[in-house]
Design a binder for this molecule. Structure first.
Ligand SMILES: C[S@@+](CC[C@H](N)C(=O)[O-])C[C@H]1O[C@@H](n2cnc3c(N)ncnc32)[C@H](O)[C@@H]1O
Length: 222
C-alpha cells in the first residue's frame, strides 16, 4: 500500500545546484570518510532501550550507526537511505561490528518507494533534507509500516535557540505536535508515548546550530 502511495511522485528535485537529492547526499557523504560520529543517536538509545527486540526499519540510516546499535541488541534491521555512498559505508560498519547477518540495507528515495513489510519499530531519526523530500508523506508511510503493538519513533530538529542564526532558513523544522498532526493517526488506533521538545545535546553539536530537537514516539495498539 505504501508503495502505491509513493508511485504517484517519482521525481523530486534536489537542492539548488544538484539534479536530485541522491546526488546531493552522495556528494555530502563523499566530503569525508565519515560525516557522522559513528555513535547511535541518543534519542534512539533512550527510547528503544526498553523495547523487546523485533523487526526494525531505520529510515535515512546514513552511515548505519543506529542500525548497528539495534542489531547488536538483537533487532533484525532494515536500513534504508537515498545515498548509495552512505549505504556502502553502513554495510562496512555492520560487517566490522559482526552484525551484517542481522541488517539488510536497501536504497530508496523514500519519496518514491518504500521498503515492504511490517515492523515492530520504525525509526526516523533526523530525516531532514534540503531538497523537496516529502517528509510528512514519508512519515505517514512509516506509520503504515508499524505492526500492531509496534512503535514509530520520529526524532527531528526543532527550532533554533533564541539569539542564534538559523543555518537552514529554507527548511521548516516542525514541532513534535505538528509531526503528530501531520501523521493523521486515528486516535483510537494509536497511543502517544512521547511528544516533546528538548535542548539539543552536545553529542549532536554537528547538527545545524544550537537549539531544540524533538521526539515523537507513538505505539500502534495491538
Ligand atoms: C540528517 S541525515 C541523518 C542520518 C542518520 N539518521 C542520523 O541520524 O545520523 C539524513 C539522512 O537522510 C537521507 N535521506 C535524505 N533524503 C532521503 C530520501 N528522500 N530518501 C531516503 N533517505 C533520504 C540522507 O542521505 C541522510 O543519510
Amino acid at each position: 500500500m505504501a508503495q502505491q502511495q509513493h508511485d504517484q511522485h517519482q521525481h523530486h528535485e534536489g537542492p539548488e545546484g544538484y539534479g536530485s537529492d541522491a546526488e546531493f547526499w552522495d556528494a555530502r557523504y563523499r566530503q569525508s570518510d565519515r560525516i557522522w560520529s559513528g555513535n547511535p543517536n541518543g534519542v534512539l538509545v533512550r527510547e528503544v532501550e526498553g523495547l523487546p527486540a523485533g523487526r526494525a526499519l531505520d529510515l535515512g540510516c546514513g552511515e548505519g550507526a543506529d542500525a548497528v546499535w539495534l542489531a547488536r541488541r538483537g533487532w533484525q534491521v532494515t536500513g534504508t537511505d537515498i545515498s548509495a555512498v552512505a549505504l556502502e559505508r553502513a554495510a562496512g560498519h555492520a560487517a566490522e561490528a559482526g552484525v551484517a547477518d542481522r541488517i539488510s540495507f536497501e536504497r530508496h528515495d523514500l519519496g518514491a518507494s518504500f521498503p515492504t513489510g511490517e515492523y515492530d519499530l520504525v525509526s526516523a531519526c533526523f530525516l531532514h533534507s534540503p531538497g523537496d523530500m516529502p517528509r510528512e508523506r514519508i512519515l505517514r508511510a512509516a506509520a503504515a509500516a508499524v505492526a500492531p503493538g509496534g512503535v514509530l519513533l520520529v526524532a527531528g530538529h526543532g527550532g533554533t535557540a533564541p539569539g542564534h542564526e538559523n543555518p537552514h532558513p529554507e527548511l521548516h523544522f516542525p514541532t513534535p505536535q505538528e509531526v503528530l498532526a501531520d501523521l493523521e493517526l486515528p486516535e483510537d488506533g494509536w497511543e502517544v508515548l512521547v511528544c516533546a521538545e528538548h535542548p539539543r545535546t552536545e553529542a549532536e553539536a554537528s547538527r545545524p546550530g544550537p537549539g531544540f530537537d524533538n521526539t515523537l514516539k507513538v505505539r500502534r495498539r495491538g
